[in-house]
Write a new protein. Structure first.
Length: 320
């Protein structure tokens, strides 16, 4: 009986903790990202699984680095943090990718709606044509808006719900212009046509900006992921090589060697974070994509650093 009471108390405590977590504003926002990306997991479970996976990757990388790299290294910490950042950031990145897809197709959908309305059809049929067309995630979101209209809601409520669910400033502004046009009695087909042209111009400028910054983006990839780690690997190899041959002569012990190695690796981490942020700003115009650029670049940088260090150390030791 006592065991059963303790078990019930434990279940009640877990339920209270879970309820408190799920009621948190940040957790609710994260849950929206999961739901929008069709990732059917509760937010606390996804975050917990991401942390456990990061710990597992840290342990595996620690075991491998102990066998392959016979010195102090930040690789286990790097793999641990990179795995957690990638897994926890994945729902947000997927949400952003889907929103970009909606924004990209929105101009074509508005153009189609304008043609339908110009032919004398209703708002509902205009939305239905967009749903039946192949606009990817936009058609799916429009289907939800159409279903709300079929359930008795008006166009304003349905479109406002669509804009809030997509959570894009561009979509929200466009929907607001459409609703204002309906209220003022303007020709909606003409308004939709003009908005569609403006959105197309915006997308074209966006693609042109990406194309014009490709070389800068590739330069940051090369500098942050390959060139800088190779240089630091060569420096570390020379220090390690001479330290292993004549530590007494140059008055350098293992502790000092590990300190210098740690400083070099910390500098690589700082340099990669800066490169990831700059890559995101150059390619996307905002910092959010650095969530994926930085961890991947960090893993590449550490692999290049240690590979270079092992090769150069062998050459230094072999030539002396």
């Amino acid at each position: 009986m006592n065991l059963e009471n303790q078990d019930n108390k434990l279940k009640l405590l877990i339920h209270k903790l879970y309820s408190r977590l799920t009621s948190n504003t940040l957790i609710q926002k994260y849950q929206y990202w999961l739901d929008f990306g069709h990732i059917n997991y509760p937010a606390p479970i996804w975050i917990g699984a991401s942390i456990l996976t990061g710990i597992f990757m840290g342990i595996i990388s620690y075991a491998l680095s102990t066998i392959l790299i016979h010195e102090f290294t930040l690789i286990p910490s790097t793999f641990f943090l990179a795995t957690i950042i990638l897994l926890i950031g994945y729902p947000y990145l997927k949400k952003e990718t889907l929103i970009e897809s909606v924004e990209k197709n929105f101009s074509d959908a508005l153009k189609q709606m304008a043609d339908t309305l110009r032919a004398g059809d209703t708002y509902e049929n205009a939305l239905r044509e967009v749903v039946e067309a192949d606009y990817g995630r936009l058609s799916e979101e429009m289907q939800l808006a159409l279903r709300r209209m079929e359930d008795g809601e008006n166009l304003e409520t349905a479109l406002t719900g669509f804009a809030n669910r997509v959570d894009s400033e561009r979509i929200k502004r466009t929907v607001q212009i459409i609703l204002d046009s309906i209220r003022t009695g303007s020709s909606l087909s003409d308004i939709l046509n003009e908005i569609a042209e403006d959105l197309r111009d915006y997308e074209r400028l966006k693609e042109e900006r990406k194309a014009s910054t490709t070389m800068q983006f590739l330069f940051l990839v090369a500098a942050g992921g390959f060139i800088a780690p190779m240089i630091f690997g060569e420096i570390g190899a020379v220090i390690t090589g001479f330290a292993s041959i004549g530590a007494r002569e140059i008055n350098m012990g293992t502790a000092n060697n590990n300190f210098i190695t740690t400083i070099i690796q910390l500098y690589i981490i700082i340099e990669v974070i800066g490169s990831g942020v700059m890559m995101s700003l150059i390619n996307e115009g905002k910092i959010n994509k650095s969530i994926i650029y930085t961890p991947i670049l960090l893993l590449i940088a550490f692999i290049v650093y240690h590979a270079t260090k092992i090769i150069i150390t062998g050459m230094v030791v072999g030539s002396i």
